[in-house]
Design a protein around this ligand. Structure first.
Ligand code: LMR
Length: 345
């Protein structure tokens, strides 16, 4: 009974999104000649405007609008005001929005499970290694596989390393045992938390504050900008700078919308995105440093930097995760990522 009603609910939402997609596609592409001059791009995302992704989306808007001399209007909808995590992917697929920049951890929902290799703990020693993977053939090939969903991957945007927060001290991997921990919807992240003996909870970012506040969750992992901007320090007492995983984004556009744009507009948008990408990658480390300073200044969190010995224990404990990945993931992709990381800059 429960399943039936869930299915009906999902069916209704799907129909609604399909209708929305049709309406949005018509609005963007098939309006009468006079109104056609302005092409509207709805860009939805799930974080606040003052984070790396939020600021880069606004930079893209500014550049696209200025360089198209008003022929393009980019409407940025931050902080899940339009759609939450999973809904936004469905909305993009159906053309109800034109652009998104979801985290790579969420992209296996589009039938490309190999994106979850990006979630492997301690895979990337630094941001430069991550970028080498993005600019290599393997990075392009992963984005290319999204085309089956009528989605085109245009760019990767950086954020940075994730840390753990909890409602008690978490100095060592064993301290997470039995805690209920929020992760993004990625099997690799589920496996990461199970390896540590934690209970896993997958929820949209916007639900995390309340779940931590009311005790449904004990802990979570995220980048510093998201912890600070979602005010998670108000509902957590401890943070440990484990830097155990990397969080980054893919900038996606609805393929049908993109293909129907006039060639000169596509060119303008590509240029605006190139510059917004450079901007995102440049500000990402500073934004996380700024967030850390604010978290320290808040005085709400006990912040722990692991010693070398403790860090070794985190690496050791999490090294098991790569051995527990689903069979749907292709090990050749991980090998290509590792080769790209080793390639000279
Ligand atoms: C999360 O859900 O924690 C992140 O994907 C949010 C984001 O987009 O940075």
């Amino acid at each position: 009974m429960k399943n039936t009603s869930t299915c009906m609910h999902r069916g209704t939402r799907r129909e609604w999104l399909t209708r929305m997609g049709t309406v949005a596609a018509s609005a963007a592409l098939m309006v009468p000649a006079r109104a056609q001059k302005v092409i509207v791009i709805q860009f939805s995302h799930v974080v606040t405007p003052d984070t790396t992704k939020g600021r880069a989306a606004l930079r893209f808007k500014e550049l696209a609008e200025a360089r198209s001399a008003g022929r393009v209007r980019v409407e940025v909808y931050p902080n899940s005001t339009l759609y939450k995590d999973r809904e936004e992917l469905e909305a993009l697929r159906l053309g109800a929005v034109q652009m998104l920049a979801p985290s790579l951890s969420k992209l296996s929902a589009l039938g490309v499970p190999d994106f979850e290799y990006f979630d492997l703990p301690y895979l990337f020693p630094d941001a430069a290694s991550f970028r080498r993977v993005c600019t290599a053939a393997v990075g392009a090939s992963l984005l290319g596989q999204l085309e089956a969903n009528d989605i085109r991957g245009l760019a990767y945007w950086d954020n940075g390393f994730k840390v753990f927060t909890a409602n008690r001290p978490v100095r060592l991997p064993s301290d997470l045992k039995g805690l209920r921990v929020r992760v993004q919807a990625s099997k690799t992240l589920v496996s990461q938390m199970k390896t540590l003996g934690a209970e896993v909870s997958i929820s949209p970012l916007t639900a995390v504050y309340e779940a931590l506040r009311n005790g449904q969750l004990d802990a979570q992992e995220n980048v510093l900008t998201n912890i600070e901007s979602q005010r998670l320090h108000e509902v957590q007492s401890h943070m440990t700078l484990t830097q155990h995983g990397y969080l980054a984004y893919a900038v996606l556009v609805n393929q049908t919308f993109w293909d129907r744009l006039p060639a000169e507009i596509r060119q303008v948008l590509e240029g605006a995105l190139r510059d917004a990408t450079q901007f995102a990658n440049q500000i990402a480390p500073q934004e996380n440093q700024r967030a850390l300073a604010k978290l320290k200044a808040s005085g709400r969190l006990a912040i722990h930097t692991p010693t070398t010995g403790e860090m070794e224990q985190w690496r050791q404990a999490l090294s098991q995760v790569s051995r527990q990945l689903p069979a749907s993931m292709n090990p050749a992709v991980l090998e290509a990522m590792q080769r790209a990381m080793r390639a000279p800059p």
